[in-house]
Design a binder for this molecule. Structure first.
Ligand SMILES: N[C@@H](CCC(=O)N[C@@H](CS)C(=O)NCC(=O)O)C(=O)O
Length: 212
């Protein structure tokens, strides 16, 4: 498999974790998002949205990290990253979507650039925007983990699921953008538990060959 990736990309981080959990080898193709590699014609032919990740599996092209995670789960079911029970699956997917669908889209490079270059926000205002939306996601995760009877070592039970993958990729930028994570002890406990696992640790942005 070939993964188009960038070390700091949350969405690429999700796919790296899932591939590692499933024990699947990959070859990385690095794009530097701050230098605009995603807009090169060669890449937009692969991914017209000009975003990473894109995963190539044989002749197949896959895009959108959550769709890729679901594909990996269906094609390579062991070890599972979704529970079996329909209600538990919906819970886990719901937690994941807080990160994937609600928080992350508000802080991607193209949004951050729009805030400064078009709306002329100052660096302080842009940072406040990022911290606000990351914090909102963490706040919701903390509350849901607290009320879920089946919260365990992880968001659901005692093995890592898609919810944990997306919790980790919410916390990493929160740390990078210096959010106060003090109010989210349950989230941070799960974050630390995940990063103690080799599959998560090896996928960490700062462990990637393109890390700066
Ligand atoms: N919803 C997409 C998000 C993809 C996305 O926005 N990726 C970011 C990096 S995490 C990107 O490539 N951004 C390029 C840009 O904003 O210019 C997914 O989960 O795959």
């Amino acid at each position: 498999m070939k993964l188009y990736t960038y070390y700091r990309s949350q969405a690429s981080f999700r796919v790296r974790i899932a591939l590692n959990i499933k024990g699947l080898k990959r070859e990385d193709s690095f794009l530097h998002l701050e230098k605009g590699d995603q807009f090169a014609a060669g890449y937009t032919a692969v991914n017209p949205q000009a975003v990473v990740p894109t995963l190539i599996d044989g002749n197949a092209k896959l895009f959108q990290s959550l769709a890729i995670l679901e594909y990996l789960e269906e094609k390579y079911p062991e070890p599972p990253i979704l529970p079996k029970d329909p209600l538990a699956r919906a819970w886990v997917r719901g937690l994941a979507l807080i990160n994937v669908a609600d928080s992350h889209p508000l802080i991607v490079p193209r949004i951050r650039n729009y805030l400064t270059k078009v709306l002329k926000l100052s660096d302080e205002q842009r940072l406040a925007w990022i911290q606000h939306w990351l914090g909102k996601g963490l706040e919701a995760m903390e509350s849901l983990i607290g009320e879920h009877p089946q919260s365990g070592r992880f968001c659901h039970g005692d093995s890592a699921t898609v919810a944990d993958i997306c919790l980790v990729t919410q916390v990493f930028p929160a740390q990078m953008f210096k959010c106060d994570v003090g109010p989210y002890p349950k989230v941070m406990r799960i974050f630390e538990t995940c990063l103690a696992l080799p599959a998560f640790a090896a996928a960490h942005p700062m462990k990637q060959p393109d890390a700066e």
